[in-house]
Design a protein. Structure first.
Length: 271
């Protein structure tokens, strides 16, 4: 039996993610342009990122005015309730800008510092992933009803399909390319989807054996990390650490530890 407060937070996250996803899918202007840049000239924000975050924070604030927020596009409120919402209104902005389908809306709820509910909506795939702490991971999509998620049985590492991502700072991405070059001969293959939240959910759904990336922020990770863990995946960063900006890893048991060891050996966490 899951905590009713967690279920209440999940339901609100689902509503917000559904409405933001519909706005992004149906409201994308034909002449969509870059509104701003972040870490580098190729790390972009569009007007739709900003509009989706406002929709989410307004909706949640109307129902829970005492909660805090941490959002990619600037939402930052401390709150007094013990609940903080961690929001990426559009994870995969460059994909969205180019009309590629792999982008998502990611919303997680923390209670007293622990992530207890998470939703990742992937509108162009017609899928939504969700989890509450201790309640398993679930998805809706083209199939009927909700489907419980479970990560794949662990293959040998040389048969593992692993996804990653690349930073928008030139020096960092060059180092990441070096790490990928060392890693790829040891795996089945590497994928690069463009949305960390979707990659984490694909580990949960058994579509990937593993995922790793350097340079992620809390809003990139919070919902997808919970969903992956509730589907039976292991997640972490450097050995003994939680996923963090230095390094985030998710993998099916049996893939996670050897992948983590290789990434540590290859110095995936530093320049």
């Amino acid at each position: 039996m899951t905590d009713p407060v967690h279920q209440e937070l999940l339901a609100l996250a689902q509503e917000a993610a559904h409405k933001a996803g519909a706005l992004l899918r149906d409201g994308r202007p034909a002449d969509l342009a870059v509104a701003a840049t972040k870490s580098s000239p190729i790390d972009v924000v569009t007007e739709m990122d900003i509009a989706a975050e406002k929709l989410i924070t307004d909706l949640i604030s109307e129902q829970r005015p005492d909660d805090g927020f941490l959002g990619e596009e600037g939402a930052s409120v401390t709150g007094t309730s013990g609940v903080r919402w961690i929001i990426d209104p559009l994870d995969g902005t460059v994909n969205y800008l180019y009309g590629l389908p792999t982008w998502s809306v990611s919303i997680a709820a923390e209670l007293d510092g622990e992530t207890v509910a998470g939703v990742v909506a992937v509108p162009m795939r017609g899928e939504t992933f969700h989890a509450v702490l201790g309640g398993g991971a679930w998805a809706t999509g083209a199939w009927e009803g909700e489907r419980r998620l479970a990560c794949r049985p662990a293959p040998p590492l040389e048969q593992a399909l692993v996804s990653t991502g690349f930073n928008y700072v030139t020096e960092v991405r060059a180092h990441q390319a070096d790490v990928a070059q060392k890693l790829i001969p040891l795996l089945r293959d590497i994928r690069r989807g463009g949305s960390a939240a979707v990659d984490l959910c694909d580990v949960a759904a058994g579509r990937l054996d593993g995922y790793y990336e350097r340079g992620l922020n809390p809003w990139d990770l919070a919902a997808g990390d919970l969903i992956a863990r509730e589907a039976g995946a292991l997640t972490g960063g450097r050995p003994g650490e939680r996923p963090a900006r230095d390094l985030a890893i998710a993998g099916t048991p049996g893939v996670f530890e050897p992948l983590q060891r290789l990434l540590e050996d290859f110095g995936a966490w530093h320049d």
